[in-house]
Design a protein around this ligand. Structure first.
Ligand code: 2P0
Length: 351
């Protein structure tokens, strides 16, 4: 008997221009466009296997081995329904294909990093889920088309269907058909940029992104300014910086946008604090590191950015990474030996 099964994996992405706010909470349509870098290391990925079988009684999902309920009308159910709908279209064109759209699916997804630590597990999770079902159903869909579905799982997930530098264009239609991810540049365009993730805390975060951003939409006047006057210009400027491989401009915009996202969180009623004292100390360190470089006639050497949690992500050209890691380890000594995925510290260091 034929087995219908497919596995796909998707990495985490880290936004430089932050998504924060929905104009439609059901379709997940954002109040501003955003732009991110998809990480290409193996450490931060979701891997999902989907199987369709005529003997399955209902759709089921396991996350890190624990079964999660697929709520009717919820985000998971929406993604599965949309992908089955596309499969049905394919089956209607080619009657020789097995009728997988009428079978229930069993889906198993694993993250190789802590869930909900502000490390965007919903982004990689929904991107991998959509990619695995699209592979199972052999859909002739582009990553941008699939991003329309992943977006309805979790907004930021639409960006994880591409590698490299990715924009989520907010679109203007009320049905969401133009709110999708597009590639700004592939990873190979600018391989010199690396992301260093400093896990300040791997606790589950206090305010979820979904509820936090909605409160911001309802109460923050600063958000309205950001949406109208700030993000559109920044999207253009950072896209140009990426195309020109201009780290100076990329770094400046990335840090400004992280700051404004956290300002908008603070402008929410009641206020939302995602960064803690360690997060702010890392900002001070990077600001000083850049200041010393610029004062000596040099350029910006690193850019920090923070999502809905206290962990720092530092973007930097490869030549600066060793210095940055040494700086951080000097000020924030680690209980455990530093793992050296970049091979910065030679053969003797931890791998
Ligand atoms: C981002 N974040 O652009 C921003 C920056 C957090 C801070 O996208 O409600 O988990 O599922 O669409 O995608 C987090 O929001 O929220 C997020 P939903 P999501 O990466």
């Amino acid at each position: 008997m034929a087995v219908y099964q497919a596995t796909a994996s998707a990495p985490v992405n880290i936004a430089c221009i932050k998504y924060w706010g929905k104009r439609d909470t059901k379709l997940i349509l954002p109040t501003n466009s955003s732009l991110s870098v998809t990480l290409d290391q193996d450490h931060l990925r979701s891997t999902t296997t989907s199987r369709a079988d005529s003997s399955f009684e209902k759709d089921r999902l396991w996350l890190n081995g624990v079964e999660e309920e697929i709520k009717e009308g919820g985000r998971l159910a929406t993604c599965i329904r949309e992908l089955k709908r596309l499969r049905k279209e394919v089956e209607e064109k080619d009657s020789s294909l097995p009728k997988l759209s009428s079978y229930a699916v069993h889906i198993s997804s694993r993250n190789n990093f802590p869930t909900a630590a502000g490390l965007a597990s919903s982004a990689s999770g929904f991107a991998a889920l959509v990619a695995s079902l699209a592979a199972l159903y052999q859909l002739p869909a582009s990553p941008s088309q699939l991003s329309l579905i992943a977006r309805q799982g979790s907004g930021s997930a639409c960006r994880s269907l591409f590698g490299g530098f990715v924009a989520w264009e907010m679109g203007s239609k009320s049905d969401g058909s133009d709110s999708l991810a597009v590639e700004i540049a592939p990873r190979e365009h600018w391989p010199d940029i690396h992301a260093l993730i400093c896990v300040v805390s791997d606790d589950k975060k206090g305010t979820s992104s979904t509820s936090g951003m909605q409160r911001t939409v309802e109460t923050s006047t600063l958000l309205q300014h950001r949406i109208k006057y700030v993000v559109p210009e920044r999207m253009k400027a950072i896209s140009a910086a990426i195309r020109a491989r201009d780290f100076e401009a990329f770094a400046r915009i990335t840090m400004q946008d992280s700051n404004q996202f956290h300002a908008v969180a603070l402008d929410t009623d009641p206020p939302i604090f995602y960064m803690n004292d360690v997060s702010r100390a890392i900002i001070a360190l990077i600001v000083e590191y850049n200041r010393v470089s610029v004062a000596a006639g040099g350029k910006l050497k690193a850019a920090y950015t923070y999502d809905a949690g206290p962990n720092a992500v530092i973007y930097a050209p490869k030549e600066n990474l060793k210095e940055i890691v040494e700086l951080i380890l000097n000020y924030f000594p680690q209980a455990e030996p530093f793992k050296d995925p970049f091979g910065l510290f030679g053969a003797g260091a931890q791998g």
